[in-house]
Every structure is written in structure tokens, then in C-alpha cells.
Design a binder for this molecule. Structure first.
Ligand code: FE2
Ligand code: FE2
Length: 297
């Protein structure tokens, strides 16, 4: 029982909505394994490219939702928005730390991020706010399906060669999946329609496909690995081969174009329950102590 001297723990809006922003503080040692994903330069620089785009990217996501915050009446959605903003802000911060590690390895992650910031400044200036939100809905679908694959498919966990990198990516994946409905529901609430939603997905796929492709090539070049054909072929097959990362996402990606699609159509309730348990049991997620269950190296 709570007495006068014992204060009940304060529950934040995000926690109330099941989207708790968790304070993390990752640290990457100077001796962090250079090719921390699958001992492969192509794949490591692919994930480093993704990471490079997160700080500016997720700031844009947050801003596009904030533009409509005042229009939300439903208390539960308001709480979810608070959780979403808190989680994404923490992701930006932690990926900046990760990007600093990539910079130490000679990869121009901060340059990529800065350039993306320039692109988003143009979007903010010239794109209607509803389209900005629709673009966020589309890109959040990408992060949600990629996160689900990271959490669901064991082969990813077996590719990590650095525990801190493993913790960062799995924590981020968990939270992307936890808040995957928020931008979508805000978009629906403000009367966003089908054509703008799927049009933004097509636009986002082309633009960010090019951003990721060119960014990846630049990081690979900076690493001195652009012409390591054998290694790169291996990495390319991992991403685009018959059973590769992207083809495996295909069904879920195209599902977004279905009228009436909702992110909860891809059921991740049990998956998230399991992962929260793994992360808590193995050291406490709040301290950033997520152990790699398959890292028996
Ligand atoms: Fe995020
Ligand atoms: Fe997100």
C-alpha cells in the first residue's frame, strides 16, 4: 500500500499507452569490431547507411506527427503520440552515438545525415503537411516490417559480431514495432485518404531507395571495399537473393497498397511480449543490458 511518504511511481503517457520511451545510453568502444554484421563490409555498411539516415529521418517523422497533435481528441491516441515522440527522439540520439562509431571507422555517416537533413528541409518547405505525414506513415511501414524481421528471424541475431550493436538494433526494432500504428492512426484521424497514402509510399520507395543505394555505395567506397567483388556479391545475395532480406519483406510491403490496410494486420503482439521478456530477463532493458541470446561466441 502506498503511504504518505511513499510516492506512487509516475506513469508517463507513453507507458500508459504501451509505448514507453526507454532511456538508453549505448557506448561503442574504439575496438568495436569493424565488420560487426556478418563479418561482411557490404552488409555492415548497409546497416551503417540505415543508421546514418535515422537522426534526421526520425526527427522528420516526429515533426510531421507534431504538426497534427493539436487535432487529436482521443486520449489514448494522444498518449500514443507522446510515446512515439519520446521513442523516436531517443532513437535519433542513440543512432548519433552509433554513427560516431562509424565515423571512427572512416565512414562518412554524419555527412549522409546532414545531406538528408537538406532534403527534408525541402520537403518541409514545399510539401503539404498532410503529404509529409503520409510519407512518414509510409516510411514507418518500412521500419515496422524491417523491425519485425529483425525480431522474428533468427538469422539476423546470428549475424551480429558486437553485443552493443546487437542491443541497439534489437531495442530499436522492438520500439519501432511497439509504435507502428501511431503515425497511421494520426493520419486516419485527420482524414488522410488512400491515394495520398499509397502515392507517398511509391514516392518514398523511389526517393529513399535512391538515398539508401547512393549512401551505401559511398560508405562502401569510403571503407575501401567497393571493388571487393566476392564479398559484395555475398552481401548482395543476402539482401536481394531468393530468400534474401528484401524479398522476404515483399509480401508485407505490398500489403500497404491494399485499401483498408492497417499496421495491426501484421500481428506482432506475442512477438513483442516475448522480446520484452527476453530483454528484461537478460539484464534489464532500462540499463541497456540486452544480452544476445544466440551470441555464444
Ligand atoms: Fe525509430
Ligand atoms: Fe518509428
Amino acid at each position: 500500500m502506498t503511504t504518505a511518504t511513499q510516492k506512487a511511481p509516475r506513469i508517463t503517457a507513453g507507458e500508459r499507452a504501451g509505448i514507453p520511451p526507454r532511456r538508453m545510453d549505448f557506448e561503442f568502444a574504439d575496438e568495436t569490431t569493424r565488420y560487426w554484421y556478418g563479418d561482411n563490409a557490404f552488409l555492415t555498411t548497409f546497416w551503417a547507411t540505415m543508421s546514418a539516415l535515422f537522426p534526421e529521418g526520425e526527427t522528420f517523422f516526429v515533426d510531421s506527427v507534431k504538426n497534427y497533435r493539436h487535432k487529436i481528441q482521443d486520449q489514448h491516441l494522444k498518449d500514443q503520440v507522446s510515446g512515439f515522440i519520446g521513442q523516436e527522439a531517443m532513437h535519433s540520439k542513440e543512432h548519433e552515438t552509433f554513427n560516431a562509431m562509424a565515423e571512427k571507422h572512416g565512414l562518412p555517416a554524419n555527412t549522409l545525415d546532414k545531406e538528408l537533413g537538406g532534403l527534408f528541409r525541402l520537403f518541409r518547405k514545399y510539401m503539404p503537411k498532410k503529404m509529409q505525414l503520409a510519407l512518414t506513415v509510409a516510411l514507418e511501414h518500412y521500419t515496422a516490417i524491417l523491425a519485425e524481421q529483425l525480431l522474428r528471424e533468427k538469422f539476423h541475431r546470428e549475424m551480429f559480431r558486437d553485443d552493443e550493436a546487437y542491443k541497439l538494433w534489437m531495442w530499436h526494432a522492438l520500439e519501432e514495432s511497439e509504435h507502428k500504428t501511431v503515425a497511421y492512426d494520426v493520419y486516419n484521424t485527420i482524414g488522410g485518404g488512400y491515394l495520398t497514402r499509397v502515392g507517398s509510399m511509391a514516392f518514398g520507395t523511389i526517393v529513399f531507395g535512391l538515398v539508401v543505394l547512393t549512401g551505401h555505395m559511398r560508405l562502401l567506397y569510403a571503407d575501401g571495399s567497393l571493388f571487393k567483388w566476392k564479398e559484395n556479391w555475398k552481401g548482395l545475395k543476402f539482401l536481394w537473393g531468393w530468400r534474401g532480406l528484401f524479398p522476404r519483406l515483399g509480401r508485407q510491403y505490398f500489403d500497404f497498397y491494399r485499401p483498408g490496410f492497417h499496421p495491426t494486420d501484421h500481428d506482432t503482439v506475442q512477438l513483442l511480449e516475448d522480446w520484452r521478456e527476453i530483454m528484461l530477463k537478460e539484464g534489464g532493458i532500462l540499463a541497456g543490458q540486452i544480452k544476445n541470446p544466440s551470441a555464444n561466441r
